[in-house]
Design a protein around this ligand. Structure first.
Ligand code: NAD
Length: 302
């Protein structure tokens, strides 16, 4: 327990009591968002004031239709990926993995594309919006690792974007306008088709089969616990809407407002790392976790 602070270090104890009560004798499915990874150095889109920090990332239609847009995307991602891949799980990820081992959490539906839940040891993780670690050809559907593609990008563009630049959400980076002008965009090695990161872009739908898997995981929880998401994007908010329809209680841990604050049974306003680690400490410290028995491992969703 050395990596988790004591519950007394967390100031929102009243709300924490509410969260503990919510989880008493009920297993939870977690819906996580960008706020879960800010403590790992990956920025979110909306900060605690609920407003969009910067421009939204590229839309699917723009990426598919325009070679220029793809040059802009890959030239920025070539730099952003180097920082993104070096991010490490933070206390929030580790606490959620611990909660799964304790049997309190049945699984995580994550809107994040950074793989940090799995890196922290969470076993049942459904990546609703895909993963930046994979790239897919839109023509022949071949999948390659982002690492492999990064080596090709570097070989094609040896003088591109070295040096420190601010990381933007989704493995993007802030580069001066026009940097993409001489950038060589990699194509599929097999068929010459357009390569796209295996993540759901704005304006693109989550694949149907994946949504169905997410609903199956959702059904395993008697509580929906939202961690670090503004719930602005429908693709994540739909789980809260369904929970509300079915009378399934919703708990939220978030810094700043979300679109479900008024329907949540409990809202804890605080940093995910601090709140979840205090929660684990309370659960382990009180013997509360024993009520759940050992977590069963019946497969990894996603
Ligand atoms: P969002 O940016 O809309 O909302 C994040 C929320 O988390 C905000 O309310 C913010 O105030 C809160 N927050 C920030 N730091 C926090 C912390 N330490 N503890 C608790 N709360 C904190 O993000 P979203 O709701 O996930 O939706 C945005 C979309 O962007 C998602 O679809 C996701 O795919 C994508 N995205 C992913 C990543 C990633 O993989 N890490 C990063 C940025 C965006």
């Amino acid at each position: 327990m050395t990596d988790f602070p004591t519950a007394s270090e967390f100031t929102g104890n009243l709300e924490l009591d509410g969260l503990l009560e919510l989880l008493r004798n009920r297993r939870a499915v977690v819906l996580s968002g960008a706020g879960c990874s800010t403590e790992s150095g990956i920025p979110d889109y909306r900060g605690p004031d609920g407003r969009l920090r910067k421009r939204l990332p590229m839309k699917y239609q723009e990426f598919v239709r325009s070679q220029e847009a793809r040059a802009r995307y890959w030239s920025r991602s070539a730099v952003g990926w180097e920082r993104f891949r070096s991010a490490r799980p933070n206390t929030a990820h580790r606490a959620l993995a611990r909660l799964e081992r304790l049997g309190v959490v049945r699984g995580i539906i994550t809107q994040n594309v950074d793989g940090l839940h799995q890196a922290a040891g969470s076993r049942r993780v459904l990546e609703l919006h895909g993963s930046l670690a994979r790239v897919r050809c839109l023509q022949c559907c071949r999948e390659v690792s982002r690492e492999r593609l990064q080596r090709r990008i570097r070989a094609l563009n040896p003088h591109h974007g070295h040096g420190p630049v601010p990381l933007a959400p989704d493995g993007d980076a802030e580069l001066p306008a026009g940097t993409e002008e001489n950038f060589a965009v990699p194509e599929c090695e097999l068929c010459g088709g357009v390569l796209k990161p295996d993540v759901v872009f704005f304006g693109e739908n989550v694949p149907k089969a994946r949504v169905e898997r997410a609903w199956r995981l959702f059904q395993k929880g008697a509580v929906l616990l939202v961690v670090g998401s503004s719930l602005t994007v429908f693709s994540g908010r739909r789980f809260v809407l369904r929970a509300e329809e079915e009378g399934r209680p919703v708990g939220i841990v978030n810094l700043g407002p979300t679109r479900a604050d008024e329907v949540a049974r409990v809202k804890v306003e605080g940093s995910a790392g601090q709140v979840l680690s205090a929660l684990v400490t309370r659960l382990d410290g009180s013997g509360f976790a024993a009520e759940y028995g050992e977590a069963r491992s019946d497969g990894v969703a996603g």
